[in-house]
Design a protein around this ligand. Structure first.
Ligand SMILES: [Zn+2]
Length: 384
């Protein structure tokens, strides 16, 4: 399936100036705040558990589908293949991380997803797999031929004793058979890989059961999401990142909104986009998880808010986030979207912390150069 795609070039302020602007602005919303430009730590490690070490390398944002695919009635045909999305962002060897609608067609119930997928160049297309296996077989034949020559030289002065159990399968043929079996096993393993996608998928799905008990699960074989997705696409490399720390919230805001509004004030109509991951290190946060699709239309915000299920979840929560400061081309952009996951079974869509005195944040972000708007819904989502 192909989707309409529009491109937005994002403004790139100078890094040190941006650092200074962010730090100063965050101090208006938090008692303590600091922003540093540092080498990206290994984010594969706990508690972030990303599918790649870093979040650098051609950082790009994608905004896929949208709330209009959910409201007023869900469009169940809006299923997005993650590998195709990274190809649209012209980064097929990508690490993808972000917040989206879960693969409801797989889980049988509407859900949230924190996307963490890494394309693996060593697990490529079926065509390339066939080529690699063919090449392996060719090498096997050369190796076995050399082996048979060696064996025949070693035994050339000895009398050849017929072996009843071995006569139909000479040394050369035996080597060939063994090596072909190994190659065949490799072929089957590769075919299985192609059926389950290319690379690593550490995504977390948050879903509710019929009595609204939540569950956080991983489905490594799945490479699809539903309805909407806001994500950072990059090469998953190490490099320079913006380390953002904030502690003790003093204003009625959230960590990402405070960053976004700071940049909006400083840079006006110039669109700036960020993607990254942050940790709520201490305190609690208000999260929601979408229940299954309602049998009634979601016509307004009041109906949506009574349908969503809200929870107070506790730190540590790892949160994948993207935000943009402006929508200058009227692309119906989601200006911020954050989903959380954890090792203690909690996760979902982040609203804000609920413990301003004890809230403490640590985040790593990259400035993005481009945003791709993919499959914008026909009807715009009007926000209040
Ligand atoms: Zn969400």
């Amino acid at each position: 399936m192909s989707f309409p795609v529009a491109k937005l070039e994002l403004y790139q302020p100078e890094a040190n100036e941006l650092r200074s602007v962010l730090e100063k602005g965050l101090k208006n919303s938090f008692e303590e705040a600091s922003v540093q430009i540092i080498d990206c730590p290994n984010l594969k490690k706990e508690p972030f558990n990303l599918a790649a070490k870093g979040i650098c390398g051609r950082p790009t944002l994608i905004d896929v589908g949208g709330v209009r695919n959910l409201q007023p009635v869900p469009l169940r045909n809006k299923i997005y293949n993650l590998d195709k999305l990274t190809q649209i962002a012209h980064n097929p060897e990508a690490f993808l991380m972000g917040a989206g609608g879960g693969p409801f067609h797989i889980t049988s119930v509407n859900c949230e997803v924190s996307i963490l997928t890494r394309w693996d160049p060593h697990k490529n297309s079926s065509f390339l797999q066939c080529f690699l296996v063919f090449r392996t077989l060719s090498r096997v034949r050369i190796l076995s031929s050399l082996t048979s020559v060696l064996i025949s030289r070693c035994h050339k002065d000895r009398p050849q004793m017929p072996d009843p159990g071995y006569s139909a399968l000479g040394p050369r043929t035996a080597w060939l058979e063994i090596l072909h079996i190994i190659a065949g096993l490799k072929f089957m393993a590769n075919i299985r890989t192609s059926a389950t996608g290319h690379g690593r998928n550490l995504s977390y799905i948050a879903r509710l059961d019929p009595v609204n008990e939540y569950k956080l699960l991983q489905m490594p074989e799945n490479r699809e999401c539903g309805l909407m997705l806001n994500a950072l696409v990059c090469e998953g490399k190490e490099g320079k990142v913006m380390q953002v720390k904030a502690k003790k919230r003093t204003q009625d805001t959230n960590f990402i909104t405070a960053m976004r509004e700071t940049l909006k004030v400083a840079y006006g109509d110039k669109p700036i986009g960020f993607g990254g991951v942050f940790l709520l290190q201490s305190g609690n946060a208000k999260l929601h998880i979408m229940p299954d699709f309602p049998i009634y239309p979601l016509n307004d915000d009041a109906t949506v808010n009574s349908w969503l299920k809200f929870y107070d979840m506790h730190a540590p929560l790892a949160c994948l986030s993207t935000f943009v400061t402006n929508d200058p081309l009227n692309m119906d952009l989601r200006i911020e979207h954050t989903h959380c996951y954890s090792d203690h079974g909690q996760g979902g869509h982040y609203h804000h912390d609920t413990t301003p005195d004890t809230a403490e944040y640590l985040g790593y972000f990259v400035l993005c150069n481009t945003l791709y708007r993919i499959d914008k819904p026909a009807m715009l989502h009007r926000r209040k």
